[in-house]
Design a protein. Sequence first.
Length: 254
Amino acid sequence: MKPMFNPSLMCMDLLDIRSQTEILNERCDLYHVDIMDGHYVKNITLSPDFVKVFSTIAKKPIDCHLMVTDPDDFIETLAKAGAGYICPHAETINRDAFRILNKIESLGCKTGVVLNPATPLSYIQHYIHRIDKLTIMSVDPGFAGQPFIREMLDKIREAKALKEKYGYKYLIEVDGSCNQRHNRDNAENVGGNDFRKRSREAEHGARIGNNQRHTAENCLRTESDDKRVQAGHIDKQTVDKAQERAEQNAEQDS
């Protein structure tokens, strides 16, 4: 299975959403929307209202990651807003996991579960067969820019082995510090197949290139971008700005 890329919208330029989304619609597989409540994690980011508006221009499924204390308070609202995946943290649904999964499914959404770095796979052993996506946090949740926790490579291997042994259907998503050094050389090699990209790569909407999807790191302006500029579908300034930022980020990552 080819790697999938799921750019985080948490820190995209909110004044330039449409232009960025027009580029990402042709390059990503999902859109990652972090919903934080300021309680489960000490941060507040996007909201169901954002999902409702963004769904009108998104051409790929919207993946909602619930970093909230009470996921049940958000599920129905997000489903109505246009969420494709709804993914609570396993640590927040231990008391009512089956009821939560049933609710997500009944609303027509795909089910996901997120595991913090210190939470073992055994924590979800009784319902892992039910989920469509397993997200393995490779940083502690709540903030962008943290270093990749290398111990998570063993958890990714374990998730892949379970999936192959029992024929489970879930995607294995790796969330956190998925830069060139880690998503290509490590997480992908041990079994990850869906990478949640960091916010700065979504911010300018052009780092997941047609020919660099396996690294998601060298996305400069492509031939298709030039054609779209010529056709008037996107403005040249938007693409030039994305290319400039991508080059700067590539230098920082090297």
